[in-house]
Design a binder for this molecule. Sequence first.
Ligand code: AHR
Length: 508
Amino acid sequence: MTLNTTSKAKMIIDKSFKISEVNPRIYGSFIEQLGRAVYGGIFEPTHATADEDGFRQDVINLVKELNVPIIRYPGGNMVSAYNWEDGVGPKESRPKRLDLAWNSLETNEVGTNEFVSWAKKVDAEVMMAVNLGTRGIDAARNLVEYSNHPGGTYWSDLRKSHGYQDPHNIKVWCLGNEMDGPWQIGMKTAYEYGRLAAETAKAMRLVDPTIELVSCGSSGSGMETFPQWEAETLEHTYEYADYISLHQYYGNRDNDTANYIANTLDMDNFIKTVIATCDYMKAKKRSKKTMNLSFDEWNVWFHSNDQDKQVEPWSVAPPLLEDIYTFEDAILVGSMLNTLLKHSDRVKMACMAQLVNVIAPIMTETGGGIWKQTIFYPYYYTSVYGRGTALHSIVDSPKYDSKDYTDVPYLDQSVVYNEETEELVIFAVNRNLENQLLVDVDIRSFEGYGLVEHVVLENEDPKAINTITNEQVKPHTNSKSYIENGTLTAVLPKLSWNMLRLKKNEEK
Ligand code: AHR
């Protein structure tokens, strides 16, 4: 790695340099019937804080704090062999099944209706995935009828008989999950998937024409079939789907922090390539429709890989994918959120994977307390304050080279302007491991704006973690940044995530 000692960067922000309105759905998340996400996570009837439906109130409170607008369910890998009918109706007759995706035992105590009820409690809409691994058109169209049809038909009346009079009106539906992945039960070739997804979409839309559909893209930028998978599947699904999915996880397996936190260059390229492939298909089909992107699984995932191999097979709610996140993971997560915002003209939905216990910002002890992982913080601030219009920024930053990337800017940023609240918010990462970065931001078009707060996430130790008893990584406010003559001088400590929030008529 070449370390550049320059520690100054420049940025220009202008009100009229608009990327797009930020769709709040980019701050979505994901609960899979996996590990302790549901059982011992959101649902634990014997817990001290459990409500009348068995849901943990302490979890509900933290999820609400994150302001998560949409939550994907029930998988993930799990959905590719899932019979949704197992999870509805009287609990005593629900079958226990082998969950082949996660080597666990699924009791089906929680299913579609319970999840919809929980989502209401956290003020989120549901993004429902259908099984296109072992099943297909019939199971999918029946689930739409069960969920969304008002009544007077077999499946909608069955829902009513289960105690849910009103339709759930689930708007967003994923046509399967990661169907390009060899680990998937019922993996498909691009042709097989494209045809099945198109015909399934057609039938689902006949049941409910108001739904929005997500066609499966690649399970990661590193897939051998990427981007041919997108090109071939879209050939069939373009006219039926509204979105194509992207999934991506990163891990610092080589313990090379500078390289690790540069991974958003890959994410950025992934998004650009998917957009290019969608637009090629648009041109090829002479279509008027623009395909949007649903980045419906993204996060860091690697810490728990080895320990997961030791888990007892066929156990109920085993502790799986319980990554304990470090400070440097939070830096990368902050950058990933910046990347989503910078593409908000095409990325209209995204889900941090996942939400509770399983590669999650929120951790619980079964029968015990709750705590925030390091990654909770960039997610929280970006979700709460990153609403409005995403703005382009012109940036001049010193750069470095790492093992996999060249010309990595030390400064990684995104900007959101909320016209309604008259707030301008800058999310900024300093990737420099040694030096603080002084950023001069030209904000002349924001006359009369003052600094409300500069929130900083920093730590001497990139590997610092949080536990239930010791929160080593938490944000604080920094008073070193200031505004003078139309320039905001932001002081970003070495290796840090920052939020600078400005407001009109603020004194500072
Ligand atoms: O989120 C964990 C898993 O990652 C999901 O089940 C799957 O879709 C992806 O491979």
